[in-house]
Design a protein around this ligand. Sequence first.
Ligand code: ADP
Ligand code: MG
Length: 494
Amino acid sequence: MNAPVKTSKLIKGETGDWEMVIGLEIHAQVTSKSKLFSGASTEFGGAPNDHVSLVDAAMPGMLPVINEECVSQAIRSGLGLNAQINLKSTFDRKNYFYPDLPQGYQISQYKSPIVGEGQVTVELGDGRSVAIGIERLHLEQDAGKSLHDQHPSMSFVDLNRSGVALMEIVSKPDMRSAEEAQAYVAKVRTILRYLGTCDGDMEKGNLRADLNVSVRRPGAPFGTRCEIKNVNSIRFMGQAIDYEARRQIEILEDGGVIDQETRLYDPNKGETRSMRSKEEAHDYRYFPDPDLLPLEFTQAYVDGLKAKLPELPDAKRARFMADFGLTPYDASVLVTERESADFFEAVLGQLADKARDGKLAANWVINELFGRLNKEGQDISASPVSAEQMAAIISLIGEGTISGKIAKDLFEIVWTKGGDPRALVETLGMKQVTDLGAIEKVVDDIIAANPDKVEQARAKPQLMGWFVGQVMKSTGGKVNPQAVNDLLKAKLGI
Ligand code: ADP
Ligand code: MG
């Protein structure tokens, strides 16, 4: 794997180069049947206020009780982020007043979070890797939701989400471009999905991020940052960061200063706008929640969770590269979703010659199968081509029974009509012609019919491609291109 390196993509301003500095706060909903401090269900899509206990509604005298499942999920997430697990942490009250927050405060972790510093390795499009630092991960409650569209003159509140456990994952200000920030969010999402600690469903808002963006002259101290709240699409994150950095550069180049403020991204207009300035910022008056004891567990408990973690994407990627000679890029694509990696492994499991066909299998799974699934807007669980069928097609190519070109036709037939690829090759006569005599006859005929082209090809060997094309055409693509090339070279004397 490439050594993690820090890189920058500088932005050209009118007065010189600028560098972006980005730090993210990701809010990830913990996968758990019940809420952080109550037994109410976390199920999505119930009727408003169906999943609300007396604790979530903050009735007087109700006391929170920590849900162990949420604690172990946070620890597992911390382990997946290569982070320090704190055996003792505390819960604090973050006080603010809002209709969807019946307690009048959110229970969060302030000074002493359950997870401390960690690191995530992020792969970029050009094959480079960067290491992004994690500052902390803490547990907190989600708020409810105000409904403003149910009545002409009143707002309603739905407390189903009130009290659901969130993990807030705070990065260090280590990202230097929108691409790095996007790749970081995608990687954290992948890790959490592998762990099963957050489903990563961004459309439902189960994973969203606050984007802290500032700009500076390369090498200068950090500038003042703005925070763009609650973005729940990786594409919009990229747009919001680029817009925000440009906005700040324009202000600075005009001799202005950046006000530290909270902003919102408007995807329709493609711009960020101010929500509140630092002066209007809340004073949360944090203090330790007197209803909750410090959260304490043993190292043995952590070790027990660690021993049961699944193989994570970085390890899987390294294994795919080492065992099957996959490129870093191909390996990254295959491990992005655990289901895709599992499918690839199921294909490999069916191959008679993994060493010979492993790389071919990666190409076919990524380009033909994933490509086709993307086109149809389907994911791997809905693939009409099974791992067995995929492996059969790949083996048929690897052993030379069919050409790569014919294999695409075969894939199409299996995709649309199903069937056993080996049997289909027999019944549909798709086998590659391996009889050298037969190929030679075709080559001889084409050479004899085109003396002018023969002369041209002798003068300019690249023109041999024309002959290869002719042979393919007259055999319906059923000959091995290498054999054709070898024969042509010999016959044309090039
Ligand atoms: P707060 O608690 O006020 O949100 P933090 O210090 O916890 O402030 O930082 C929040 C996020 O802002 C972190 O992800 C951090 O990496 C990022 N950050 C801090 N300083 C800067 C900066 N100058 N430019 C960009 N991001 C920053
Ligand atoms: Mg913040």
